[in-house]
Design a protein around this ligand. Sequence first.
Ligand code: ADP
Ligand code: MG
Length: 693
Amino acid sequence: MNELEQDVRALKGVGEALAVKLARLRISQVADLLFHLPLRYQDRTRITPITTLRSGDEAVVEGDVAAADIVKGRRRSLLVRLKDGSGILSLRFFHFSPAQHQQFRPGVRVRCFGEARAGATGLELYHPEYRVLSDSDAPVEDHLTPIYPTTEGLNQARLRGLIGQALDCLDASPEALPDWIPETLRQRFDLPALYDALTYLHRPPPDADLASLADTRHPTQRRLALEELLAHQLSLRQVRLKIRSDAAPALPSGRNLQATFLTRLPFSLTGAQRRVLDEIAGDLACRSPMLRLVQGDVGSGKTVVAAMAALSALAGGFQVALMAPTEILAEQHYRSFQEWLDPMGIDVAWLAGKLKGKARLDTKTAIGDGRAQVVVGTHALFQDDVHFHRLGLAIIDEQHRFGVHQRLALREKGEAGGFTPHQLVMTATPIPRTLAMSAYADLDISVIDELPPGRTPVKTVAIPDERRPEVVDRIRQACTEGRQAYWVCTLIEESEALQCQAAEATRDSLGDALPELAIGLVHGRMKATEKAEVMEAFKVGELDLLVATTVIEVGVDVPNASLMIIENPERLGLSQLHQLRGRVGRGDTESFCVLLYHPPLSAHSRERLGVMRDTSDGFRIAEKDLELRGPGEVLGTRQTGLAQMKIADLERDRDLLDRVTLLAKSLLELAPEASTPLIHRWLGEEAGRYGQV
Ligand code: ADP
Ligand code: MG
């Protein structure tokens, strides 16, 4: 173990209590201190003449005490007048001891640092850091002073001291911190060396470009961000390699089953669906597990693609699991699959958290002995107590809620059958290419970039909520003409209970306004069976209008619904709005989406609603969403494996992502052995967890 890998307790002055505080900053080893980067800097390298000082400047000032008096303003304070030949300035202390007062004898030379503010006596420094000088030649700092993110009970000076110790360790043995990006690659990618970057950032020279440091655009900062992104990408690749090195069943095409299935469908597949299916078939025929993400805009027909893939596994005598993120969506898939596969003599089972008692046991038994050939459900499917007989394919709908860890855990579900199942992940969140390469470096990506024919784009209008009566009229008209409508409540209320109450109130008021219509309600607090009943009633046309919270966001498919009202759309992200809107425009009548906003709109909201009005292109919307909200929100980053970066920021550093991918490739060619230590450096424990599986 080298010095930098030592526990922080090895440093001078670090005991248990301090170690606990450091742990809050995710610092446990000496090396972690090196990667704890400053938030900003102060310039204490020069002494600023008092006359050139402006309000708001942070500066070092040195001068002689002219007077030190206790003054009684609104608050009692110690006022020290300091003159440096160029001008005069006050230091003001609200908390001070008699000893401090004594210290400031007239004529004493003081050097202090603080922020100048306009005060009662002109420019003043409030509670400056100061030092009484015995020798007026005492040197100033020779580098900029870093200000670190810190935690309660750990002040800057103390933290700076510890980081100083870590830097001394580094200086004593630079080889203890290997630069895993080899020199040739650093040159090719124009990157400073790791040692140089770190020492620069902790101790920038007086002439450092503060503006670019403040913007985190400095080459040293970018080098570290790049390295961190690289580590994340490499770790995703490792996960991929790990899974890909498992054995999977080579599945037959299932051509006969597929042909039967297709002849029963009331439509033929789009070119994009066929292309993606070919890609999937290629994967399934291999003896290593498929890891494929299918991206397709809402309504592009991912479910049929999933069913076709399932038929391959079934033809090979394997089971298929289909997991959806919500019960509503799982239920919907269950119905579709049952409708499609049951007539073909295929047994489709249902498993969700709410399935209890004997029914649950029976289903689990059927999964365990292989009678259940296709199992549709929620996360419940992948719990420990669910054992598959011969799982060959796992289909996961809506990727952004399914992370790397779950993907690894899936391997175990195939154990009984002796194989790691193939994985097919489907998402409607169009992920911009550069981001996809980083966030999903462990997956191959297929895109269904074509909507089924005959879809008319949804006409979208934004209307202020004072015109609500007009909108209600519009619903009446559409529904009396035999069409159906959604009313989506996006809610202000913090608690789910209040949200549901608000949705109930909306249902009631719409009921009063539209007594001739059959109106249903779904929200998150209803029982799964209740929700399913309402959804079914809407699907078969017993209900004209469905009032819903955003629980209908994903997957609900009712082609006859051609009008959607979204209340307070300004509260939602663009991608979410797009998903919601995708619930209409699925049939052959012209569909409308009304964004019923509450004025006044901020400029930002106006821009967002404008995007919704002007485009129905999921990719453009995703790009815009990313711009406006950042990738964490868009991808639900906590689960993507790109969570919790120390230095990099996916949004800010987006322009690095292309280079990260290139660099990852080059590194794996030139120095493959660097990959694991790099991952370890940046992901630590987490990467360790991948290693165990
Ligand atoms: P999503 O990709 O959003 O999950 P779905 O799979 O729910 O989309 O499909 C949306 C609707 O389009 C469904 O009613 C489905 O039956 C229908 N559909 C799928 N593929 C086609 C196609 N090739 N031609 C016509 N309709 C299709
Ligand atoms: Mg879907």
